[in-house]
Every structure is written in C-alpha cells, then in structure tokens.
Ligand binder design. Structure first.
Ligand SMILES: [Zn+2]
Length: 272
C-alpha cells in the first residue's frame, strides 16, 4: 500500500525577515499593477557579464520568426563574415536499407512532382521539353522485383479508364502480343474477345439492368444477344441498339441461335 507523503512544509514557514520591507512593498505593488517585481532593479555589472558568458552562442528565442531590420541584417552580416558554417563540408551518413524501404513505401502510388525551386510556382507543367528531359534522366534505370511488386500493389484494384483499356488493346494487338501464333484464331473469335466487344456487351447489360428480356431473371447466366445476327449484319455488331440481354436458355430459344441461323437465312432470303 502506498502511504500518502507527509504534508510538505512550505520552505518559508515561520520565517520572518527574509524579504526587506522595501522588497515586500515592490512585490505587493507589482502584484497589483501586474508588472515585474524586477522593475527598477538592475543587474550588477558582474552578473550581466556572467549571464552574457553563459548565453553566448545560444539562439535568442524571442528573436525567432521576428523580422530583422535592414540595418541589423548588415550588422549581422559584418559580424559573421569569414565564419565557417558548422555544417560546411559535412555530409549525412547514407540512409540504411530499412530507412530507404520505408521512404519508398510511403511514396509508392503518390503522384510524383518535380522539385521546384521557386515556391511561387504552384504547379509544374509537363511540357514536351520537360518530359524529354525526364526521359533522358531516367534512361537505363531498372526496376527490381520488389519495386515491381510495390507498383503492382499500388495499382491493384483500381479500375482502368475505358481510354486506358483501349490503349492497352491497341498496343498489344496481333503480332505485338506474346500470345501471337501467326494469326491462327478466326476473325470471329478475335472480335468476340476484343475490348470493343466486351464494352458493347457491358453497355447492353447495363441498359437492360442485367435482366433477361425473355424471362426477367436478373444476373446469373445472362448473355448479350444480337437482334440482327452477328454473322449476317457486320455493320450492326457494335451497336448497343442491336443488343439485348437474355439468359442462356432464352438466348438458345431465339430463331437465330447456333445452327438455326441457316434456317433463318433461308427464310429471310439473305445471302451472306
Ligand atoms: Zn431468360
């Protein structure tokens, strides 16, 4: 059990005459006027020297952030001429691997902004010239496995814009793809796996609220059907108006599904 400390006795209890009547009067007055009790008192010359010695080289806290007059600046400049800065020629020790990794993790996925000397310039314009300069500066830089993984994690789960998807599609089309085997897939298969086709299907689903127009089932095994058949009307292949959402069963029952297309062709006397 912790016992309460003995009641502290004030250091001046019972003591009398430690302040002169003059000091007591000054203290009382200052308390009323809220001015310093040191008012009117002067440090002795020796005390002043001692304090000056003790504070030499220390910053003066009451000067922090205060504007310095032009005359004072000149005086300071004169006084400090020829003085060697404390950090001249000194360099910081290299950052540890752990420190570098921490910094890297903190910055991953953040927009990089080039360092701007002029703080009045808020934003940086990526002019073709600047882009070229940056490109040259970063030439030959490689990304290690950890860096690749960090970039992947930073982008993971973020949806790409349609424009971005189309750009990727264009860049890796045909022989540019590492899956390219000399053009062995049929034209139809190529179209049906294309990004344009996927976007068409998505637009049809969205317009129909992912609901089968035949039976009303929502979601599940829905498919996008071409009202005017895909094979017979090439120009209508990517028109959203020519699409409708059907579940697999309702899709199969359409008069144009699978081999029924031949019958449909004969009936409508289409030649293509
Ligand atoms: Zn259905």
């Amino acid at each position: 059990m912790i016992s309460a400390p003995a009641k502290a006795i004030p250091w001046n209890k019972g003591k009398r005459g430690i302040y002169s009547p003059e000091a007591l009067r000054r203290m009382s007055e200052s308390a009323h006027r809220r001015s310093s009790w040191l008012k009117g008192k002067h440090w002795s010359e020796a005390m002043r020297r001692k304090m000056s010695e003790a504070h030499r080289g220390l910053p003066t806290p009451w000067m922090f952030g205060r504007p310095v007059s032009e005359a004072m600046r000149r005086k300071l400049s004169e006084a400090h001429k020829g003085r060697i800065p404390w950090n001249k020629g000194k360099t910081l020790p290299p950052l540890s691997a752990e420190h570098r990794l921490k910094l890297s993790m903190a910055m991953t996925g953040k927009k990089h902004r080039p360092y701007v000397r002029n703080p009045n310039r808020k934003t940086v314009e990526y002019t073709p010239e600047l882009r070229l300069r940056m490109s040259i500066a970063h030439k030959g830089q490689t990304v290690d496995e950890a860096g690749r993984m960090r970039r992947r994690l930073a982008m993971l789960g973020k949806p790409k814009t349609i424009e971005h998807r189309l750009n990727i599609s264009k860049a890796f089309r045909g022989a540019n793809s590492h899956f390219w085997m000399g053009g062995i897939s049929s034209v139809n298969a190529a179209i049906k796996n294309s990004i344009e086709y996927k976007l068409w299907r998505q637009a049809v689903f969205k317009r129909d609220d992912y609901r089968c127009l035949g039976c009303g089932q929502k979601g599940g095994n829905i498919e996008a059907d071409h009202i005017y058949p895909f094979s017979l009307f090439p120009r209508l292949r990517f028109m959203v108006e020519n699409g409708r959402t059907l579940c697999h069963e309702c899709h199969r029952d359409t008069p144009t599904y699978g081999h029924k297309i031949h019958q449909y062709k004969k009936q409508h006397q289409l030649t293509c």
